[in-house]
Design a protein around this ligand. Structure first.
Ligand SMILES: [Zn+2]
Length: 189
């Protein structure tokens, strides 16, 4: 990879097999992002590891791929396979699935919430907590990260909508990119 600061080339860490079953400490280092940061050996700058990055959670049958190379979901029957376009999206997916949430319903939730906000912002899942399972989303505004709490019932409603929509369910099969653009094609169409 090329260091964005000094322009020198160095060997990127191999993140083609982030298997959380083989290394349990990996899960947290993925979620806090530290596993994706590498140091340039020339100038010492912190750099973000490039693709391809493959996250694999065999216990939960989950595969998340950050790559533009051709990938097939062959041999991954019963798996939830997701394509993402950035390290940030990969981290968000891991947080969503680790919270036991369905990412299709969550993307719908984000879509509905951004409509209500009447703001053209990109919402990200941060966490689910509290006795009522409140969901915290974040979005950037005026250079700052804003937090937004939504009730668990919003998510539950979205789970219901998804379960009653076979086309939506069907399109979430295989190795797919589930994001705001994906959800909006079913709603805005
Ligand atoms: Zn450098």
């Amino acid at each position: 990879m090329i260091c964005p600061k000094c322009g020198r080339e160095f060997a990127a860490p191999d993140l083609r097999s982030l298997n959380v079953a083989a290394d349990p400490s990996l899960r947290e280092r993925v979620k806090d992002g530290s596993v994706f940061v590498c140091k340039c050996p020339v100038c010492g700058a912190d750099c973000l590891a490039p693709e391809p990055i493959l996250y694999h959670d065999p216990e939960h049958k989950l595969l998340i791929a950050y790559t533009t190379a051709g990938l097939s979901s062959e041999g991954l029957e019963g798996y939830t396979c997701r394509l993402v376009s950035s390290v940030g999206e990969l981290i968000e997916k891991v947080k969503v699935f680790d919270a036991g949430l369905d990412d299709v319903a969550l993307e719908l939730c984000k879509f509905v919430t951004s409509q209500e906000l009447k703001k053209n912002v990109s919402l990200k899942f941060l966490k689910m907590d509290g006795a009522d399972g409140e969901i915290t989303l974040t979005y950037p505004e005026n250079g700052q990260m804003q937090m937004l709490e939504i009730g668990h019932n919003v998510y539950t409603d979205c789970v219901g909508i998804v379960s009653r929509n076979p086309v939506l369910r069907q399109s979430a099969q295989g190795l797919v990119r589930i994001d705001q653009a994906w959800v909006s094609q079913f709603i805005a169409g």
